[in-house]
Design a protein around this ligand. Sequence first.
Ligand code: GDP
Ligand code: MG
Length: 376
Amino acid sequence: EEKIIVKDLAEKLDKNPNEIIGKLVQLGIMAAINQEIDFETAELIAEEYGIEVSLKESEEEKVEDPEELLDFEIEEDDPKDLEFRSPVISVMGHVDHGKTTLLDAIRKTKHVDTEAGGITQHIGASEIAINDQKIVFLDTPGHEAFTSMRARGAKATDIAILVVAADDGVMPQTIEAINHARAAEIPMIVAINKIDKPGANADRVKQELTEHNVVIEDWGGDVIAVEVSAIEGSGIDQLLETILLVAEMEELKANPNRKALGIVVEANLDKGRGAVATVLVKNGTLNIGDNVVVGLASGKVRAMINDSGKRLKKAGPATAVEITGLSEVPKAGDKLIVVDDEKMARNIAAKRQSKVKLDKVKSDKRVSLEDLYDRM
Ligand code: GDP
Ligand code: MG
């Protein structure tokens, strides 16, 4: 069980220990300055400061003992190493309001087609280019993606597109989507869709959104709404321009010259290729041959392809690639980290697997205890 003393964590994060203790209290953990906390907790705290945490081998001679194997290294980027990166977008909204149709319309108009006649691959994410600027769209329906990723404390999306059908207005899943975006603390752009329909009423949509504290610009708020018809393709260019505008204000940055940190968008078992996962590189650059840990899986990146079916040797920040070479199928929302060698990758994955098994045994026990109470 990897642990760290509160004082040491504070030192590594360059924070006052009292501040860390305060954060722990917010998490419901009472810890003194010289007390140990587990890795997951330390990771949560570090993430609050926007710092990614990874596990590191402590000393060569300890390699044989997986329990002693891991230590902490918090790799914080030096601000001078940060460069602008492209935005990652997810599309959310009520069922049948046109999320899929809108994504199709976006892909059709602006797909990055570097190779003539290139075949579009379904990899769970799409890249489009407008004025030489790239935008990445996640294909996964926003709700699922948000729920599974949030459960793992991961954040894949920078901006949410909220699709609301102009003839239907704000519906239950519209409200859910608003709450997801809020919880993720990311900006929203409203796409008022189906504007071509006879019953379309954009003003009514805006008014209904106001009731949920989403106030559109012409109502005095700061949320931009764009009227679109995903079927006819109208308003798509304006929507894309708006995305770039909002992205610019967000000042999204990453360090392309470090080991990759990524997040799984989707994954499945392929008959011929084994475990296949689409990974969004969030920071750093992922290379063929990199040793990775992805959730409970480990492996060496064997091949990478993008959504145009193009084979890549490296994938920088805000690039979605389908990778092969993993020991098993990870879950959406699992984080990818690159480690120094294959053995270390395997050890971390093995350690995580035994922890999951242990947790399962514990929760099974709890269930049976509850069952017992039920019968009493
Ligand atoms: P999703 O459930 O949000 O992914 O919605 P879909 O993209 O599957 O669209 C639901 C239905 O609305 C389909 O029959 C679409 O053809 C239709 N639809 C989507 N966008 C538009 C639009 O802009 N105008 C009109 N008239 N119909 C649309
Ligand atoms: Mg759909």
